[in-house]
Design a protein around this ligand. Sequence first.
Ligand code: ATR
Length: 274
Amino acid sequence: MTDHYAVVGNPVAHSRSPQIHAEFARQTGQDIDYTRLLAPLDAFPATVRKFRDEGGKGLNVTLPFKLEAFRLCEPADSAVDAEAVNTLTLVDNTIRGDNTDGVGLLRDIQHNLHCAIAGKRVLIMGAGGATRGVMGPLLRERPALLVVANRTLDKATRLVAQFEKFGKFTARGISALPDAGLAGATFEIVINASSAGLNVEMPALPAGVFAAGALAYDMVYGKPTPFMKFAAAEGAGISDGTGMLVEQAAESFLIWRGVRPDTAPVIAMLKREG
Ligand code: ATR
């Protein structure tokens, strides 16, 4: 019998998750279908419950519902850290929530891009949901330093305070302290988790912020962002977030089906298609 899954969001038409999961299912011989589910902005819980009542087994959750999904479910540890959920598993009457974004980012950086995080100086830009989702997993890898830089310093400071239990790291506001904020500091891994990459802007970054051989990672996928262009001009190695997208999907697939698909051919396929 075919098991039903979907990605739920608003908007959701652009989501590449159906293509990714169809490929995973083909590869692993799992009998599933995976569709897009548009939830009205004021009816996310009802949409999830209806999907479950009709026999749906699991949902990936995308914008703007990740926080609402957290409130609706019984959260796993990964979701508690992130206070957000991107994977719902619907079993009988329970709705279990996981957050696979952090693991997805880690697998892409460490496994696919062969860049260890332990002992490195890491800078993450942005202090919104995207950053929150990956903080716990990043800190567990024990970087030498993790700096959260954000246009609004307050927000970065609050985020840091919440994660202080994991270890030592600092928050700095770039725009609030234009050059002084990061001047002179160099990082081996710089991650753009601000939504600046989605438009033509980029977060303010001083020249020289990249250590020799640094990796500049933008969580956005698709065409090169201003951040990636800046990083390339500064001599850093660059990556967009295609690998993270596929890896977080693979982690959801593993939770649901108990089998880990091979992500490399799927990442290559998405990159070819652009
Ligand atoms: P998400 O959940 O996708 O992270 P969010 O919670 O709205 O979205 O957060 C967006 C992040 O991108 C914030 O850290 C925001 O900075 P502020 O806290 O100062 O608003 C950051 N951001 C958005 N546009 C930016 C820009 N042009 N330059 C720098 N930072 C930007």
